[in-house]
Design a protein around this ligand. Structure first.
Ligand code: FAD
Length: 450
């Protein structure tokens, strides 16, 4: 693709005033409000592109001014890699077009949409897409790092459902990456994160909707040992129709509660039978599982996704919930330093395990639990921040000896050097080569590629 580089005045010219937000402006503050309140960056400017050309102008401007650049999607990366200090933030919030082709079962979506927007747009056609558990997550950020979700056992990770993407590269060229065009770039963006360019649109496979049973089952934390043992055994033989999230959420009084959130996707009577078995593994203190629309599944945890609380996250890939791991989980649950801290275990099985390991950079295709350890505290508890962070680190370190090397790149913090080195496994060398080819100057710094 040929393009003509312009001077910085020309570069700014196509942008309208309302697209350029500066410190002190209320729109700037609103746009900067990301999920993790502990992130304190002060970019020099936020630019809201309407199209790929605006992104191109912004990339050229940052290059000419030698300013750091980052890309803000849904603002849910806990490490705040969407922002930067004294640089330019490209906020994708205005690039939120969604076009559904129900006959081809394909959606073409802007690089700034949230998962729930795609699901709402596909719902009238009785179609769904693979998304994460929470509707307000940025769809591009989620997808570029891998993308685990309730429909993954049936259809794979989000990257396994990506058919192509338009990107603006570090040199300003606008390209469409797919199996047919820029195949090496297409390979790299399916797991390599926002390291290769600004994704201005994604072409995504849709699926005909099937009946869904989903909800929440809560058990007393005092039964966590036996329930987690039974649950792990249960999930080992789970059919592809069943996905589940298990973990610790705070009860209304802040004490820990064990939850299982199953999602059955398929024939309803069989789903009811399987979920009844799951309900039988402990003493239920609260339960609400029933037929649901997929859009409502994505809203189930909204009350726990509070913008502005401080958070630090750790992640591990566990092949099994062994007796030792369960013991560590139970101890950590009882020793939480903050009533808001949580644990989530996403079980990875079924369709994504049948995708060849080297067909995308994603480093682990064996069945596993993707563990999220979230230390969460209120902004006015900042004095105890380090204690909360240490709580999460300690549990992660205890799990390390039983875990697969690496971890989920979307959640690995930039300082988890040991895990980052192993996160892409055999795909690391190729990923480095593609990075070197498309972004040798490291304009884009999303997930760390060692
Ligand atoms: C409450 C919560 C629930 C989560 N649940 C899940 C889950 O169920 N499954 C799962 O797999 N993950 C989950 N995650 C992790 C989540 O997928 C990642 O944090 C993801 O990076 C968030 O994307 P975002 O756009 O919201 O974040 P942002 O912070 O805006 O972006 C994160 C990074 O993605 C890149 N990026 C975003 N948009 C673009 C773009 N258009 N072009 C280029 N690069 C871009 C940038 O490098 C950016 O720094 C969850 C996170 C949270 C906080």
């Amino acid at each position: 693709m040929s393009y003509k580089k312009q001077s910085s005045v020309d570069m700014m010219f196509p942008l309208k005033k309302e697209q350029v937000l500066l410190p002190g402006e209320s729109e700037y503050n609103k746009e900067m409000q990301i999920w993790n309140g502990a992130v304190k960056y002060q970019p020099a400017m936020i630019i809201r592109p309407y199209n790929a050309k605006d992104v191109q102008s912004t990339i050229w401007l940052a290059a000419e001014k030698k300013m750091p650049l980052s890309v803000l999607g849904g603002g849910h990366d806990w490490a705040g890699r969407c922002l930067n200090d004294k640089g330019i933030v490209i906020s994708m919030s205005r690039m939120n077009d969604i076009k559904i082709d129900p006959l081809q079962r394909v959606a073409r979506v802007g690089g700034g949409i949230k998962a729930k927007e795609l699901i709402a747009a596909a719902a009238p056609y009785k179609q769904v897409a693979v998304t994460g558990t929470i509707g307000c997550i940025g769809f591009a950020g989620f997808t570029l790092g891998g993308g685990y979700g309730p429909l993954s056992p049936s259809y794979g990770l989000a990257i396994d459902n990506l058919l192509g993407a338009e990107l603006v590269l570090a040199d300003g060229s606008i390209v469409y990456a797919s199996e047919a065009t820029y195949p090496d770039l297409f390979w790299a963006i399916r797991g390599g994160g926002g390291n290769f360019g600004v994704v201005t649109s994604l072409t995504v496979r849709l699926h005909d909707e099937k009946p869904i049973l989903s909800g929440l089952i809560c058990f007393p934390w005092s039964e966590a040992t036996t329930i987690l043992q039974r649950y792990a055994g249960f999930m080992k033989n789970a059919p592809d129709q069943l996905s589940s999230l298990v973990g610790l959420i705070p009860a209304p009084d802040g004490t820990p509660m064990l939850f299982i959130s199953p999602t059955w996707y398929g024939e309803a009577a069989e789903g009811q039978r399987v979920i009844n078995l799951l309900k039988g593994i402990g003493t239920i203190i609260f339960e609400q599982v029933g037929p649901m629309q997929y859009g409502d599944v994505l809203a189930m945890f909204d009350q726990h996704v509070v913008i502005g609380r401080h958070t630090s996250m750790q992640t591990r890939w566990l092949g099994d919930l062994t007796a030792d791991v369960i013991e560590e989980i139970v101890i950590a649950g009882s020793e939480r330093t903050s009533p808001f801290s949580m644990l989530n275990f996403h079980y990875f099985h079924g369709s994504p395990t049948r995708v060849p390991l080297t067909s995308t950079p994603f480093g682990l295709r064996k069945p596993h639990f993707m563990v999220e350890i979230l230390a969460v505290w209120e902004p006015d508890d900042v004095a105890n921040g380090q204690r909360h962070i240490q709580w999460a680190r300690k549990l992660s370190q205890k799990m390390a000896k039983e875990a697969f090397p690496g971890g989920y790149p979307n959640i690995l913090g930039p300082e988890e050097y040991d895990q980052i080195e192993d996160a892409y496994g055999v795909n690391l060398q190729r990923l480095r080569e593609v990075k070197q080819q498309y972004d040798p100057g490291r304009t884009f710094n999303g997930i760390a590629i060692p």
